[in-house]
Design a protein around this ligand. Structure first.
Ligand code: HEC
Length: 164
């Protein structure tokens, strides 16, 4: 009797293992995995099939075209640190960036320096949760946040100056 119960339990356990494996329900990195996938971890392409790879290559090209565009909006001047750390998601003039249907970063243009500063603080402290922004700001000082905020707050005036 005991043996039969043990046998049945063993079958159930193996069955479950198989089912979990087939459904890909095993740990895939959870939220962190999603964030990394959202960021478009291109290094994962090593496991992609050739067909997927060429799709990825196309995506990469589109993305670098977008980045190119982001770096060259009609003479709009930004600091190197904004350009290298923020523009790839928020656009070089802070107008936000869309990649396909996916929002890379929301529009910052037009928000006051104080409003931006407060939002940056909220991300850094975790009051507002966003893995991407938090990871980015975690090593920045308040002065750094202030500098970015002041610069972004100036964008409308810079755009105005370009028109004249
Ligand atoms: C990898 C992409 C990425 C980069 C790089 C990035 N951001 Fe963001 N940022 C986001 C996303 C996505 C959000 C939206 C988060 C949310 O609302 O939960 C966001 C939100 C913000 C917001 C809040 C906007 C609002 O109106 O709610 C500010 C301010 C901001 N980012 C500033 C910056 C600054 C300054 C930098 C450079 C130091 C930067 N970001 C770099 C993706 C990025």
């Amino acid at each position: 009797m005991k043996n039969i119960i043990v046998g049945i339990l063993t079958l159930i356990i193996f069955g479950l293992m198989g089912w979990v494996a087939m459904n890909g329900g095993a740990y895939n990195g959870g939220e962190h995995g999603k964030v990394i996938a959202d960021l478009g971890d291109r290094s994962a392409s090593s496991v992609a099939t050739p067909q997927e790879k060429s799709d990825r290559e196309k995506e990469d090209e589109e993305l670098s075209a977008l980045r190119e565009k982001a770096g060259n909006i009609g003479g709009f001047k930004v600091s190197d640190e904004y350009k290298s750390k923020c523009a790839s998601c928020h656009g070089v003039d802070g107008s936000g960036m869309q990649y396909g249907k996916k929002l890379m970063g929301p529009k910052l243009f037009g928000q006051s320096a104080d409003a931006i500063y407060k939002k940056l603080e909220d991300f850094k402290s975790g009051r507002k949760e966003n893995m991407v922004m938090k990871g980015l700001l975690i090593h920045m000082t308040k002065d750094d946040l202030r500098r970015f905020a002041d610069e972004i707050g100036e964008f409308p005036a810079r755009a105005e100056a370009l028109k004249n």
